[in-house]
Design a protein around this ligand. Sequence first.
Ligand code: NAD
Length: 262
Amino acid sequence: MPTMPPEAANRPKPKIPHSQDFSDLPKPVVPKTENRKLLKGQKAIVTGASSGIGRSIALALGHAGADVCVNYVAGEDKAQAMVNELRGHGHTAFAYRADVSSEEDVAKMFEAVRDEFGTVDILINNAGLQSDAPVDQMTLTQWNKVIGVNLTGQFLCAREAIREFKRRGVRPEISCCAGKIICISSVHEKIPWAGHVNYAASKGGVMLMMKSIAQEVAPYRIRVNSIAPGAIRTPINMQAWDTPEHYNELLKLIPYKRIGEP
Ligand code: NAD
């Protein structure tokens, strides 16, 4: 019998502000999927895993049988709560603080994961942020911060992961490939975004970084892919959905007429 993932069943109904009437549209349905342990024995790192999209990915990986390192940069309590939630479902997890834009932090995180889990099979390159300003008012600090986390951070983590995948090679009893990297990009890897030039440039960079790495490491049985989400209701874009006016503005861009839930 298919079962609904526990976090989907228990997820509180989102409070969606409505001043536009979409009541004649069909209600969204959460798919009922069986929790098959397809990733049993695999070890995963999810960067920025204590909130939003990363949090949901970490839970889904846990439900699929992977052991999960919950990376965070601030908010130790939230990261520990996330680990407790995973352990509450019977999954194996631990939290590790590392700034993904720091070469030293990233190297130490991979070392810690090897100590704890023995190896790494899956990297979810998710950590990201925005620091918005009109281009003529954007400071170099704002530019460097966003490029540093969203693009350089993904490169540093991917580089460490590939070093580990190549060192270990394929274990056929665990997976048909030596390792997997999923980069969380954005629709703004392709769609220009006025007022967010640092963010759009970082995601455009992620797109070609991902494709170039994928081309380079495919012969080693390493898979590199990305997901480019549209608007998802998380802290990163709260100003786009926090009032009925903002939300309705956002819906003009979304044919589905609802924001994504992480
Ligand atoms: P979020 O703010 O909930 O999550 C981002 C996470 O990254 C946070 O936990 C934050 O602490 C962490 N982080 C920030 N800087 C870090 C650093 N230096 N080192 C380690 N962790 C760091 O927002 P989200 O929407 O869940 O964002 C996750 C990813 O999804 C981001 O890459 C974002 O660009 C991308 N994305 C989001 C949307 C959306 O609509 N929410 C759309 C497209 C892409």
